[in-house]
Ligand binder design. Structure first.
Ligand code: SF4
Length: 327
């Protein structure tokens, strides 16, 4: 039984086979790091945590692509790939730089789609038009914007030094969707607030906010404390305590039951890098945590949309083999 509309199902339905993401570092920065907005960054952000390290070794975009492409193609015989501009905010800075980077993807072997991690306040109409035009130019099946919302509560966003509000996310999402670009929302469970920590009600409010927007997919993250972050200072001062694993499972379950059944779930929990994690210990092993989530959903008969229009059971399109229409 498929309890969620997982990315693997969506990919199988849309592409007929697995599509492998290839992480690329084009050397973008972030307005919340380079001084445009601030130099502190979001409270949870590890300034050293992004990137594969290949750019630091001097590899161009094409060389980074070739490195990963050869590994996946040789070991797993994969043929379709997504260029994943992952590090920092990949639409920040002059539009000419974005245009140059996207053009450099042309002709990469197996390139089938593009995914960019960025912030909603780094997307103006001109950049969205460029992305839409480049989708046609490069013959890409999809262009996906991975946009951080983190929380729908502006008080929380201010507290974590996010540098934009929830309305900026809504505006960018609508403008992207109007151009046929797909948005994947990132939201985080357990963010610190001026009064303590976000709980289940706040996570549900974030899901409800996303449900009202033309969002194609979602990534859930459990907040963990990384070295070198503002959150680490709060943790060390005993002013922030991470969610326990049972708390996270409970919050996530409720969120999943309220999520629209057509929203593709790209991720259910965060993935700390080796050596960056301070707490909680249970966040260290992403695969084990993923298995705990699956077991919890099964044991408690939880599925996506159970409290949002799919009360009688998971819809057929959660299956990777579904071939009908999705409403
Ligand atoms: S927007 Fe992203 S890269 Fe920039 S500070 Fe926040 S988490 Fe870090």
């Amino acid at each position: 039984m498929h309890r969620t509309y997982a990315l693997s199902s969506y990919t199988r339905q849309s592409f007929g086979q697995r599509v492998q993401k290839i992480p690329l570092d084009a050397g973008f920065s972030c307005p919340n790091r380079d001084g445009t907005l601030s130099r502190q960054g979001c409270i949870f952000c590890n300034p050293n945590g992004s990137g594969s390290g290949l750019r630091e070794r001097g590899l161009t975009i094409a060389e980074q692509w070739q490195f990963w492409h050869d590994i996946h193609n040789k070991n797993h015989k994969l043929e379709l790939f997504t260029a994943y501009l992952q590090s920092y905010s990949n639409t920040h800075g002059p539009i000419e730089k974005l245009a140059r980077v996207i053009s450099s993807l042309k002709g990469l072997p197996g390139l089938t789609s593009l995914s960019l991690g960025t912030r909603p306040d780094c997307l103006d109409e001109e950049k969205l038009d460029l992305l839409s035009a480049q989708q046609q130019e490069l013959g890409l099946r999809e262009v996906v914007l991975e946009l951080g919302l983190q929380s729908a509560c502006n008080e929380t966003l201010t507290h974590i030094n996010r540098g934009h509000d929830a309305q900026a996310f809504a505006k960018a999402t609508r403008a992207a969707a109007e151009r046929g670009l797909k948005v994947v929302a990132h939201i985080i469970a357990g963010l610190p607030t001026p009064h303590g920590r976000e709980g289940q009600a706040e996570l549900l409010a974030s899901v409800d906010f996303v449900n009202q927007l033309p969002v194609h997919g979602i990534k859930f993250h459990n907040l963990y404390v990384c070295r070198g972050t503002g959150l680490a200072q709060l943790y060390e001062n005993n002013t922030y305590t991470p969610l326990t694993q049972p708390e996270f499972l409970s919050h996530l379950s409720e969120a999943i039951m309220h999520l629209n059944t057509t929203t593709v779930i790209h991720r259910l929990n965060g993935n700390p890098l080796k050596d960056e994690l301070i707490a909680p210990d249970w966040a260290a092993n992403m695969r084990a945590m993923h298995n705990s989530i699956r077991s919890h959903f099964k044991a408690n008969d939880i599925w996506q949309g159970k409290k949002n229009g799919a009360e009688s059971g998971p819809p057929d399109w959660f299956s990777p083999h579904y071939t009908g229409n999705i409403p």
